[in-house]
Write a new protein. Structure first.
Length: 154
């Protein structure tokens, strides 16, 4: 179960900087351990997370051993950031959103990935998300994902 959604903006020249920005927010808020950043970088090398959707995104994450409490940090970079594609690491997606997932249980990963995939397939929401305030987007995602959890658990 996901506890909190953070939406932030930042300047990232590459995927490592995007991962660092999202890690810093999650770490400052007490959701992940110091090892979370390196875990994400190493996992991204082995299992890329870029998706070449109509509005390209990346969904980095790492093992639950690096997580204190479940959360997602969404980065809206000032310029798109290149992430290798999930299905073909020789190609890249210029991610306009980076959804960094911190989950306490590896079992929760599939459910959260499905929620995020549903969100990135909602082209209208992502188009609107480009111009929404961070707090409005944060509230929208928190509501959307929490409602999905309630429906699937109830």
């Amino acid at each position: 179960m996901m506890k909190k959604v953070f939406v932030i903006e930042g300047e990232a020249r590459n995927k490592e900087e995007a991962l660092r920005i999202t890690f810093q927010k999650l770490y400052e808020e007490g959701f992940v351990k110091e090892s979370f950043y390196e875990g994400c970088v190493e996992r991204e090398k082995r299992f890329p997370t870029g998706l070449d959707t109509p509005i390209p995104v990346a969904i980095p994450h790492t093992d639950s051993v690096h997580v204190i409490s479940p959360a997602v940090c969404v980065l809206r970079p000032k310029k798109p950031v290149a992430f290798s594609l999930m299905e073909d690491d020789s190609r890249q997606a210029e991610a306009e959103f980076v959804f960094n997932i911190a989950l306490k249980s590896n079992d929760d990963q599939l459910g959260m990935l499905n929620k995020i995939i549903g969100t990135v397939q909602d082209e209208k929401l992502l188009k609107d998300a480009k111009t929404m305030s961070c707090s409005s987007l944060e509230n929208e995602l928190q509501r959307k994902w929490t409602d999905q959890e309630r429906r699937s658990n109830g």
